[in-house]
Structure formats: C-alpha cells, structure tokens
Design a binder for this molecule. Structure first.
Ligand SMILES: Nc1nc2c(ncn2[C@@H]2O[C@H](COP(=O)(O)OP(=O)(O)OP(=O)(O)O)[C@@H](O)[C@H]2O)c(=O)[nH]1
Length: 234
C-alpha cells in the first residue's frame, strides 16, 4: 500500500524527571533527570483513509523492534542497529520508546489511541514476561474499545528463540487479542499486522448499525491461509 510520509517539525519535549516511574515492571534504567528530550514525529497518512485519522501506538520493552517493524512496514527494508528512541508515525502510529523516561508520555498517548501494537521479542523472556504489565497499563490508560494486537517479533532469530509460538498464542487467547509472529528483518507478517489493524479501524469508523462486525481474527486467518503461512491463534 502506498503511504505518504512526512516529517513534522517538532513534537513535545518530555521532562525526564517527571516521566520516571520507579514502580514500573519494565526495568529501572537510570536516567539523567535534568535534561529534556524531544520526540520527533514522522507522520504517515494512508491515502484511502486521509479523512480518517486513527492513532495507533506501538508499545513493548526497549529493543523488541518497534521502530524496526515500523521501518520495515514503511520502507520495506530492515535497517540494522538501534534507532534513537522514538519515532511517531501515523495513520497515525506512535512508536513509543520502551524506556522509563518516556513513560509519562506513553500514558498520555494511550488516552486517545484507537489501536495498539504490543510487541515482545521471541529471544527475550523478560520482554514476554512484561507483556502482562503492559496490558495492565493499557487497560488502565487506554480507551475501553482500543484495538490491541500482540506481536512476537524477531522470528528470523530461530536459534535464539526462548519463547515458543504457542506461549504467545496462549497469552493472546487469555486476553482475547489477535496474535502473530513477525520479523522486522525478513518482513514476515509485517504488512499483515499493520493492515489488519488499519482494516479494523476503518470498518469501525464506517460501520452501519445493522452491518456485521469486521472480524479481525477471521481476516488474519484467511490472509494467512492465502499465503500458506503459519497457523495458530490470531
Ligand atoms: N534479527 C532481528 N533483529 C531485529 C528485529 N527487529 C529489531 N531488531 C534489532 O533489535 C534492535 C532493537 O530494535 P529497535 O527497532 O530499535 O527496537 P525498539 O523496540 O524500537 O527499541 P526502543 O526504541 O529502545 O524502544 C536493533 O538492533 C534491531 O536491528 C528482527 O525482526 N530481527
């Protein structure tokens, strides 16, 4: 799908001291509290949908591949190495840095997000274990009807896998959210993940009272069947 991308000049600056959460389940990296960081958003608009701005945010621990996934979706390529924390992009997608110092910003983002892509890294047990904490936080701060998709990223790193696909499926089932495994490196399932969320949002916005609801699980299942890819709970 073609998308239009543009950089917007400036976003907000975050007071890191204010943003610190000592009781977080996401680790407690020490940060310098007397400087400010600014987030530079990168906006992407889907042409078919330009009158409908939906805010989607990507969340998950630091290093799970949020930015890489976004870049793979947008540019169709993998750029190795860590990105400097946080790019916001759109239909509108915000890629939140999985870092302590951005947490208060994340809370604000949750409030008007229509969708959330929640990532863990299949080679990192802690990133998977933290998914429950992320979901608790999402339920606390996000809108009740927010669309959530759980993604187990870095499937290309099969040799280092510590989280089985079945574990991701089980967790997703427990929370009633769609799930798939992705690789920002090879691109597997990346487009499908973003498209499924975009379609769900688009259908919701256009839905008439008597129309059947769009079933994101069914959509993902049928798309996977078409491509002959990977079964499992979605
Ligand atoms: N092999 C492999 N490496 C990946 C994949 N996705 C991300 N990486 C690597 O993992 C590291 C972290 O990726 P990022 O995209 O910066 O992760 P992030 O979640 O945005 O990190 P923060 O901005 O710190 O929250 C980088 O070295 C990426 O190149 C993937 O699917 N496969």
């Amino acid at each position: 799908m073609d998308i239009i991308m543009e950089n917007t000049p400036e976003m907000e600056c975050v007071d890191q001291g204010e943003a610190l959460h000592s009781d977080s389940a996401y680790g407690s990296s020490a940060v310098d509290t007397d400087t400010e960081d600014c987030l530079t958003p990168l906006e992407i608009t889907f042409p078919y949908n330009e009158d409908l701005m939906h805010k989607t945010i990507m969340v998950g621990d630091s290093g799970v591949g949020k930015t890489s996934l976004l870049v793979q979706y947008d540019q169709g390529k993998f750029i190795p190495g860590s990105f400097s924390a946080t790019v916001g992009i759109g239909f509108t997608i915000w890629d939140t840095a999985g870092q302590e110092r951005f947490r208060s910003v994340t809370h604000a983002y949750y409030r008007d997000a229509q969708a959330l892509l929640l990532l863990y890294d299949i080679t990192s047990k802690s990133s998977f274990d933290n998914i429950r904490a992320w979901l608790t936080e999402i339920h606390e701060y996000a809108q009740k009807d927010v669309v959530i998709m759980l993604l187990g990223n870095k499937t290309d790193m099969a040799g280092e896998r510590v989280i089985k696909r079945e574990e991701g499926e089980k967790l997703a089932k427990e929370y009633g959210v769609p799930f798939m495994e992705t690789s920002a490196k090879t691109g597997v399932n990346v487009e499908l993940a973003f498209l499924a969320v975009a379609k769900e949002l688009k259908h919701r916005a256009a839905q008439q009272p008597n129309e059947p609801k769009f079933q994101i699980h069914d959509y993902i299942a049928s798309e996977k069947q078409k491509s002959g890819c990977c079964g499992g709970y979605m």
